[in-house]
Design a protein around this ligand. Structure first.
Ligand SMILES: *Cc1c(COP(=O)(O)O)cnc(C)c1O
Length: 420
């Protein structure tokens, strides 16, 4: 058993759905991101069941994986999208998604990004500061448009996750302090080019318990009631993303765990007329992908055994950035004796590691699958060391689709110029 249900061993070889990873490596070379279409559908199914018969809009937090094939799959399943840049807006427009189901998050929206989102007609801007509110009002006024606004408040709750992916604490750069929110809403209400539609929070990522969400919801409910007493009535409440996945032995909350509690609390406060918006990223794609890599060299030093592979921190930065754990599976495991290996890449940085102290039996040329690489893997990839970004393949049953080819080397510098 691996952590990902759609990547399992058959006849001693790790498969993505019905295709062996050995065969995929032969066809497409390594490093290679391999996604499972069925895994995307099954991850969505958990949300579909949880939202059935309820007024919920799921906006896929697309920064987790923004390949058009992934976006299109979710569009067809009925999701909206949570975008954080003008570039992500361009992607959702490229697949013909409905802008009325797009929410625009992010602390640093630029004028051109606001203009593009107003032009497209997004569901709302999740506004993160007073300065942003002022800018948005001006941009909308100049365009003769009304901007739909939700304030992202910072509820000051501890999501009990890694500091880099915890976003709902006072000291984080995100959102408007909840104590200041009423004042900022009143200011927003006074600006004719803005129309207040909701409230939003996003407290962090890879959250495994329901309680931090309920702590946040508690504070948002109090805010919504105060706003109502000031004549400001909201249409939706957006609880952000953050539901975790299993990287090793986590037992994360499910969408049903969350929504059952949320609707219970809303009913207690006569707030069930509100639409609930969720912005899940990782939980829809994280275990739908692996990063396939080949062992280039084995290196045994006095202190450590290294497996030097052809994938690197430029392909998967999570281990070195967050100290994140990704399971590593040999695609064709060997039986005799285990050795502890650090799995490292070829980049000239000591931080270039993918996994540490893993018990494996390896030979040069072996294939390894870095598991749970469907989220925050390709989207955080760079071309550091002039390494082309790896190809992406989506497996659908017995068929593999190349959804992004490996970048040709020349493309990495084709637009650069030298001085005459
Ligand atoms: C990153 C992000 C998400 C998605 O988070 P996950 O942990 O991947 O579910 C949702 N909303 C906002 C505002 C984000 O920044």
């Amino acid at each position: 058993m691996t952590v990902a249900p759609h990547f399992q061993f058959k006849n001693g070889t790790l498969h993505a759905e019905n295709l062996s990873l050995t065969q995929l490596a032969e066809t497409y070379d390594t490093p290679l991101y391999v996604y499972s279409r069925q895994a995307l559908r099954d991850a969505w199914e958990a949300y579909r069941v949880a939202t059935e018969g309820r007024n919920v809009l799921v906006c896929y937090g697309m920064k987790a994986n923004s390949n058009l094939a992934v976006l299109n799959e979710f569009k067809n399943l009925g999701t909206g999208f949570d975008i954080v840049s003008g570039g992500e807006l361009a992607r959702v427009l490229a697949i013909g998604a409905d802008p009325a189901k797009v929410v625009f998050s992010g602390v640093g929206k630029q004028v051109w990004e606001m203009q593009a989102a107003l032009e497209a007609g997004v569901k709302c801007f999740n506004v993160e500061s007073e300065a942003e509110l002022t800018r948005l009002a001006q941009v909308a006024q100049d365009m003769g448009k009304i901007a739909l606004v939700s304030l992202r408040v910072n509820p000051d709750v501890d999501a009990q996750t890694h500091p880099y992916i915890s976003t709902g604490l006072k000291e984080n750069k995100f959102g408007i302090a909840i104590e200041k929110a009423v004042e900022v809403y009143q200011h927003a209400a006074s600006l004719p080019s803005l129309n207040i539609v909701g409230v939003d929070c996003h407290i962090g990522s890879q959250i495994t318990e329901v309680s931090p969400y309920l702590d946040a919801l508690d504070k948002l409910i109090a805010l919504i009631q105060t706003l109502a007493s000031h004549g400001i009535h909201l249409k939706h409440l957006d609880l952000g993303g953050g539901i975790g996945i299993r990287y090793t032995d986590e037992q994360p909350l499910t969408p049903s765990d969350l929504l059952n509690k949320v609707f219970e609390m809303l009913a207690q406060h006569q707030l069930d007329h509100l639409q609930i918006v969720l912005e899940p990223g990782r939980s829809l794609v994280g275990n739908a992908g692996v990063l396939l890599t080949q062992v280039e060299y084995l290196k045994h030093s006095e202190a450590k055994n290294f497996a030097i592979v052809d994938a690197a921190m430029n392909d998967l930065i999570r281990p070195t950035l967050y100290d994140a754990w990704h399971s590593v599976e040999a695609v064709k495991p060997r039986t005799q004796g285990d050795t502890l290996y650090d799995i490292v890449g070829p980049i000239c940085e000591s931080g270039d590691w993918l996994a540490r102290d893993r018990k494996l039996t390896l030979q040069q040329g072996d294939l390894l699958a870095i598991m749970s690489a469907g989220a925050y893997a390709f989207t955080m990839a760079s071309q550091y060391n002039t390494r082309p970004r790896a190809a992406e393949v989506m497996v659908d049953g017995d068929t593999a689709h190349l959804v992004r080819p490996r970048e040709p080397l020349e493309s990495l510098y084709a637009s650069e110029s030298i001085l005459g």
